[in-house]
Ligand binder design. Structure first.
Ligand code: ADP
Ligand code: GN1
Ligand code: MG
Length: 379
């Protein structure tokens, strides 16, 4: 029978089996799934060493629907973790003392093939920390932004040719827009009639989509190696002090624009509403959070050009619109990309994003003024 107990013991044996592929010492104690990400399958596995010491590990299966070439993802993650460990040692950046490390697997690789051929990897569990889906105070906002800013400086000198573009045009917002319009046209699931308002909202902002990509094309913004998925729950924060300890989720580290990285912090750390909140009156631009983000990012990152700083707010607006577009596209396509937990999940997510775009538009002059003031104070 498929009871919760039997499901649990099945999960345990899956986790134990895959963890045996990696260089982990001791006996398996327990395991469970972590559900905060939208992409990979993530398990926490606990082991007891001979000495009695408890050690925890993250086991993760790369989502091959999203990452068509998982070994290229592993190549990038290996390169980035090695580079960061080197830099932390040589340049002694204060990163709270924990970095992300891959555990070796059989055959000298850093990945193992699970049942059905899936690619798994194993990381150290970042201890004493937690992730947040919603920022509770300005200290968390500042800390998260400073960590991602300092991550930008850490990866800045990875040679671009060492990194594979695992999802081409990941943050090419005009292409995301064009794809949405294609799906709207084909309407494969017959869902279009229910989302005309959202489609119109996006259409009205077609020009905004190209703003940053155009500046890149014109050579006015630098192409950098960036994280590309700087949502709030991709940074581990000390559970007692709220200090940001370690940036995680390195799968999308690729050439990109720093403004999308700052922007995704604005998208995920300014509103008190969950990404899938259905009461849109709760979506809000909290200026103190935005201010803490701008201060934190600028404190963490030394490499930004004046034009990048000038466009920090644009970054927030564009990626929030882009993420709304991506959720809407996935909804119209039948929920094939993001993990969803109910039928209209992607649509609910899309609506909070579009509402937040409006909130950013309403607060834009104030946000831009603040960036000007804080960047003058730093220089
Ligand atoms: P996804 O791509 O699905 O978002 P993540 O790599 O972000 O996958 O992992 C999902 C969640 O698992 C994170 O939000 C975090 O809570 C937890 N997690 C991932 N890696 C670690 C780690 N090394 N230590 C502790 N928790 C982790
Ligand atoms: C996904 O993997 P996760 O949950 O950290 C997505 C991001 C989106 C985000 C929206 C590889 O991030 O691009 O902005 O969901 N990651 C990928 O919440 O597509
Ligand atoms: Mg994640």
């Amino acid at each position: 029978m498929n009871t919760p107990e039997s499901q649990n013991s099945q999960l345990h044996s899956t986790i134990e089996e895959i963890s045996h592929e990696f260089a982990i010492a001791g006996d398996f104690v327990e395991g469970h799934e972590i559900n905060s990400g939208h992409i990979n399958t993530t398990y926490l596995a606990t082991y007891r060493r001979e000495s009695g010491e408890i050690r925890r590990y993250i086991l993760q299966r790369i989502n091959e629907q999203v990452f068509k070439d998982p070994l290229a993802v592993m190549h990038n993650v290996e390169c980035v973790t090695r580079h960061i460990n080197w830099k932390v040692l040589r340049v002694k950046r204060d990163l709270g003392g924990q970095t992300l490390n891959l555990y070796p697997a059989r055959g000298g690789r850093f990945y193992a093939r699970g049942e059905g051929g899936g690619i798994w990897r194993c990381y150290n569990f970042i201890e004493g920390c937690q992730t947040y889906d919603i920022v509770e105070n300005t200290r968390q906002a500042y800390q998260a932004a400073r960590a991602f800013g300092s991550f930008q400086d850490l990866v800045e000198d990875i040679p671009a040719e060492d990194i594979i573009e695992t999802i081409p045009d990941f943050h090419h917002t005009p292409k995301r827009y064009a794809r949405l319009m294609e799906v709207v046209e084909n309407d494969p699931m017959g869902r279009r009639a229910g989302v005309e308002k959202e489609i119109a909202f996006v259409r009205e902002r077609a020009e905004l989509c190209a703003t940053l990509v155009d500046l890149l094309k014109e050579g006015k913004l630098p192409a950098r190696i960036t994280h590309n998925d700087t949502k709030l729950n991709n940074v581990m924060m000390d559970a007692e002090t709220d200090e940001a300890v370690c940036v995680i989720d390195l799968d999308t580290v690729m050439p990109g624009l720093s403004l999308y990285d700052f922007g995704d912090l604005v998208r995920t750390a300014t509103s008190p509403a969950a990404e899938d909140e259905t009461d849109l009156s709760k979506v809000e631009m909290r200026m103190p959070m935005f201010e803490a983000l701008a201060e934190g990012y600028l404190d963490g990152c030394d490499c930004l050009t004046p034009l990048e700083i000038e466009h920090l707010v644009t970054g927030g607006k564009v990626i929030t619109l882009e993420t709304g577009i991506r959720f809407l596209t996935d909804y119209l396509e039948g929920d094939v990309y993001f993990k969803t937990h109910y039928g209209e999940h992607n649509l609910d997510r899309c609506r909070t994003q579009l509402r937040l775009v409006e909130c950013i538009e309403q607060n834009e002059p104030e946000m831009r003024d603040f960036v000007k003031r804080v960047s003058r104070a730093i220089n």
